[in-house]
Design a protein around this ligand. Structure first.
Ligand code: GDP
Ligand code: MN
Length: 404
């Protein structure tokens, strides 16, 4: 009995987590080879900076000013706000700012008749006849690092690059547990995204700042029944035979939701989007387009759709193994060396998991288990038909942003 439990526990863990660890190690190695960003082009690509908003009165003015001070030729950029029927003063603030000509930027807006979600708003942009080279989609609660648009312009001067996204620099209370969890998770996440970009493309994108080539995406539509508009567009770019990359030096700043609960809600929503993405874009579809990308899609689909269930299975069997072997020890019955060893490893593992955020190893274990939990819940939600194409935004992170 104990033998079977040990075998099940260990094999489920290896089969489930193995491909992830292997992928992470390979991508970490790849992420060290730097991708050369093209030099400044003699003629900069023209950009439509798309700002999807719903009830953003707290931050919209800040956001518009942050864009207007970006160092980019003013005749090569325009701002396009797409509002989904905000019920607050977002659009009044916008129109007032627009009429103030001192910023020197061309500004326009599109009004959606009702709130259908961010993905639906992006679909509206994709049917707009734009005569620019690329759209740069950026969230109202994200601020761009100096020189961000110029980096985007440089990447797009390489015709093989269809999309580029930024990398998040999180702001917030760096001592809080959920900040440490998020930071640890992010360090792995970044290694993988950047490694995948070096190999070919990252299917997972950062929608807070991402640029897509218009000649590729205009006229297409994404699935508006779920979120992850950013990653949906990145996958579309690859379906069209081009590359989608994350640039580690293209930075944007965003506050982490200040409470543990708000951070968990956002994590679940993002996991839900990715689970939908990988179950609706079968990796096999990409095998004829690009082998490297299809392999990346295969591993990511495994990580998002299968690993969380195997981790849960292995974890449950582990608890069973611990309780049975501990009771044998208590009843002073003999325990085989292998089982005693497994009991020791499992107990150390449980202790370090519960230990909190003091040791690096327990930080990694914690953030891994938190992400597995989010993916597990997201999968179950998906099977129950729950999606997040509309959500409540986090007010506190916006308050922090304007206070700064
Ligand atoms: P998070 O960063 O994933 O927590 O998502 P946010 O709540 O910050 O939203 C990202 C961006 O999408 C913000 O600029 C929102 O205003 C915008 N947004 C959210 N829902 C809608 C919507 O229904 N329509 C439009 N046009 N924008 C939306
Ligand atoms: Mn946000």
């Amino acid at each position: 009995m104990l033998d079977i439990l040990a075998l099940l526990q260990v094999s489920a863990a290896i089969i489930g987590i193995g491909p992830f660890v292997f992928h992470w190690m390979r991508m970490k190695k790849n992420s060290k080879k730097s991708m050369a960003i093209p030099p400044e082009p003699s003629s900069w690509p023209s950009l439509t900076i798309v700002l999807p908003v719903w009830n953003e009165e707290m931050v919209i003015k800040n956001k518009l000013e942050d864009l207007a001070i970006q160092d980019y030729p003013k005749d090569k950029m325009e701002i396009l706000v797409i509002d989904s029927d905000s019920s607050d003063s977002t659009m009044e603030i916008f129109h007032k700012w627009k009429s103030d000509s001192s910023h020197g930027v061309k500004v326009k807006s599109i009004q959606m008749p009702s709130r259908l979600g961010k993905s639906a708003a992006i679909n509206r942009i994709l049917v707009e006849p734009l005569n620019t080279d690329a759209i740069v989609i950026t969230d109202a609660d994200a601020l761009l690092a100096e020189g961000a648009l110029r980096r985007i312009g440089r990447w797009l001067s390489n015709p093989n690059i269809g999309a580029v996204c930024g990398s998040q620099q999180i702001l917030g209370d760096s001592d809080s547990n959920h900040f440490i969890d998020e930071k640890t998770y992010r360090s792995f996440y970044h290694d993988i995204r950047i490694g995948e970009s070096t190999v070919f493309s990252s299917p997972i994108f950062e929608g807070s700042l991402a640029a897509y080539r218009n000649s590729l995406v205009l006229g297409h539509q994404i699935d508006a029944t779920y979120n992850a508009d950013d990653s949906q567009l990145a996958v579309l770019i690859n379906r069209l035979g081009s590359r989608s990359i994350m640039d580690p030096e293209l930075c944007f700043f965003e506050y982490l939701p200040s409470t543990k609960e708000a951070a968990a809600i956002r994590r679940l929503r993002r996991a839900n989007g990715l689970v939908h993405l990988f179950s609706r874009n079968r990796p096999s579809k990409f095998s004829t387009i690009n082998r490297k990308f299809s392999k990346i899609m295969q591993i990511e689909a495994w990580i998002h759709l299968v690993m969380p269930f195997l981790v849960l299975f292995s974890f449950s069997i582990m608890l069973l193994h611990i309780s049975i072997s501990t009771s044998l020890v208590i009843m002073k019955e003999s325990l085989q060396t292998t089982h005693a060893l497994l009991l020791l490893i499992d107990s150390l593992f449980l202790i370090s998991l519960l230990f909190g955020n003091k040791l690096r190893l327990s930080q990694i274990l914690r953030s891994f288990f938190i992400s597995q939990w989010a993916l597990l819940v997201a999968n179950i939600e998906m099977y129950r038909g729950i999606d997040f194409h509309i959500w409540e935004q986090d007010i506190e992170s916006r308050e922090s942003l304007v206070e700064d």
